[in-house]
Design a protein around this ligand. Structure first.
Ligand SMILES: Cc1ncc(COP(=O)(O)O)c(C=O)c1O
Length: 428
């Protein structure tokens, strides 16, 4: 594999961009080697600057439910750009987008658009605090909710991968209001609530964790959290930045039949452009400025290009309800192939999957929370990643991430992936 141009660009980038990348896990630090510089994506494939082709399972870390550059999103963008790129004033598209979101996700009665998942989660927590008049909130070890200070405490994703789950720069004051519970462990939640009676504004959770690798929540665990929130007047926030429009049309809340008070979105909702959103019960959302006094704002929020791409993506989902059965078919085919490969080498590695999100952990026991996820052998993962890449299969360059299957992955792509995996596993 010739990666000369990528290497050259990385060396240049390192001089002028911290670590050579604009988001940490892109740097291949956890798997060794240099990152590839990508010039093009089409369907299930991406192409680097040295013209190598890869079948890839990152999908820009989640947004590309339909693969790269689907024609209907491209057309929507080309049409919209004719009118201008930003006005900082309301547009009709924002109203259409809000209507569509409230239609697809019944718990959302009102929604505010923002520019990233991080903005969505930090705004949701502020809203919960403003609404309840309380300051503390509970998050779960290994869950990632973006990089706002008070979330970077035992966080997942790149923070976990790079060994900095609690970042320098987060003040003691900020950390003090973040309470940590164990995923899938209701007793740990009850304990925190008992110790911090009437002080907890919100519980924020990834209803399917994707940032310690894929770890599904036990539905009973989520139901108990819902009940506790009702009893204690705590705002339940489902962080569906990753799972929203991914695990089903209405997200994980539809899959499990549990209604959160607030929900955060990102990734798919922007159709590949920088978008986030948070929404939920009208009574809470109406407290946001300018209808209420909880301040939240954004120069580019509801940007017409971002709305055009996101609206095209969500409309496609609405018009094609078979999207999720198609994804399930593809993902379960891949899962079956991987399980057969593991059996053939007598390994019982944990393979977690919810719909089109999947993670293979290099540990032979159930992975159900942060503590079991971090038992995975990350050195073996690094070798596995490299062997897959050599065979033209591009996985997320970190163990504690999800692989995303898109509707663009063909049967041939999946068969090639299973074959490459069989070879890679034998070399570990
Ligand atoms: C569940 C979850 N919440 C929040 C975020 C932060 O989103 P963004 O990277 O768009 O700020 C992410 C990003 O991966 C995420 O997976």
């Amino acid at each position: 594999m010739n990666t000369e141009k990528s290497n050259r660009l990385f060396n240049e980038a390192k001089k002028i961009i911290p670590g050579g990348v604009n988001s940490p896990v892109r740097a291949f630090k956890a798997v060794g080697g240099n990152p590839l510089f990508i010039k093009k994506g089409e369907g299930s494939k991406i192409y680097d600057v040295d013209d190598n082709e890869y079948i890839e399972y990152i999908g820009s870390w989640g947004p590309h439910l339909f693969g790269h550059n689907p024609p209907f999103i491209k057309e929507a963008l080309l049409k919209e750009i004719e009118n201008g790129t930003s006005f900082g004033a309301p547009t009709e598209l924002e109203v259409k987008m809000a209507k569509l979101i409230t239609e697809l996700v019944p718990s959302i009665e009102m929604v505010r658009m923002v520019n990233s998942g991080t903005e969505a989660t930090m705004s949701a927590v502020r809203t919960a605090r403003g609404y309840t008049g309380k300051e503390k909130f509970i998050k779960f070890e290994g869950c990632y909710h973006g990089h706002a200070d008070y979330f970077l405490i035992k966080a997942g994703s790149g923070a976990l991968t790079l060994g900095i789950p609690t970042s320098p720069g987060v003040t003691k004051g900020n950390a003090a209001d973040t309470l940590l519970a164990d995923y899938n462990d209701i007793e740990s939640v009850k304990e925190l609530i008992a110790k911090n009676k009437n002080e907890i504004a919100a519980i924020i959770i990834e209803p399917v964790a994707g940032n310690m690798g894929v770890v599904p929540a036990n539905p009973e665990f989520l139901r108990e959290i819902r009940n506790i929130c009702d009893e204690e007047r705590i705002v339940l926030i489902f962080d569906e930045v990753m799972t929203g429009f991914r695990v089903s049309k209405g997200g994980a809340q539809e899959l499990y039949g549990i209604k959160p008070d607030l929900t955060t979105f990102g990734k798919i909702i922007g159709g590949g452009l920088p978008v986030g959103a948070f929404g939920g019960r009208k009574e809470i959302m109406e407290m946001i400025a300018p209808s209420g006094s909880i301040y939240q704002a954004g120069t580019l929020s509801g940007n017409p290009l971002a709305m055009a791409a996101g609206y095209a993506a969500l409309n496609y989902i609405k018009d094609h309800p078979d999207t999720y059965s198609l994804l399930e078919e593809k993902a379960s085919y891949l899962e079956k192939g991987i399980k057969e490969n593991l059996k053939s080498i007598n390994k019982n590695y944990a393979l977690n999957r919810v719909g089109s999100m999947m993670t293979l952990f290099f540990v032979e026991e159930e992975v159900r929370d942060y503590k079991t996820a971090v038992k995975s052998n990350t050195v073996t993962f690094g070798k596995y990643f490299s062997e897959m890449l050599k065979r033209g299969i591009y996985l997320a360059p970190a163990q504690f991430e999800a692989a995303f299957i898109s509707t663009a992955h063909s049967n041939e792509d999946l068969d090639r992936t299973i074959k490459a995996q069989s070879e890679a596993l034998r070399l570990l």
